[in-house]
Design a protein around this ligand. Structure first.
Ligand code: FES
Length: 124
């Protein structure tokens, strides 16, 4: 299950984000953001154009203030905690949340019950 380990929870500071390739497909498919103290995990797939990667460069999923997730392609903006698109071409749609678990050692993993299903779904 090591392939679905993401990182230490404390490696993502407030207003920061990081992308991951937990299934080893050669590009990031999930990203973590910390917003108001909480970690949130989302699929790196913009609802405007299904499957479109969102970061403008590695790990750059947030605006400069760290208050909105942004998609580099056409500028959609999303709330970091709900995933709701609040501005841009897919307003009213939402990112897909990824269930995560933080173990006793502070390591973040994709939730165990979702691993098999998501591994299959994310192969593309
Ligand atoms: S693909 Fe994300 S805003 Fe168009």
């Amino acid at each position: 299950m090591d392939a679905l380990h993401l990182c230490r929870a404390d490696a993502i500071g407030e207003g920061r984000s990081r992308g991951f390739d937990p299934h080893g497909i050669g590009s990031d498919t999930v990203f973590l953001v910390r917003f108001r103290g909480q970690l949130h995990a989302w699929r790196d797939a913009c609802p405007h154009v299904d499957g479109a990667p969102m970061a403008w460069r590695k790990d750059a999923y947030l605006n400069a203030a760290g208050t909105r997730i942004t998609c580099h392609a056409h500028g959609a903006q999303f709330e970091p905690d709900t995933g709701a698109c609040i501005a841009g071409p897919c307003t009213g749609r939402s990112l897909q949340r990824v269930a995560i678990e933080i173990d006793a050692h502070g390591e973040v993993h994709v939730a165990a019950h979702l691993r098999a299903e998501e591994t299959e779904k994310w192969q593309r």
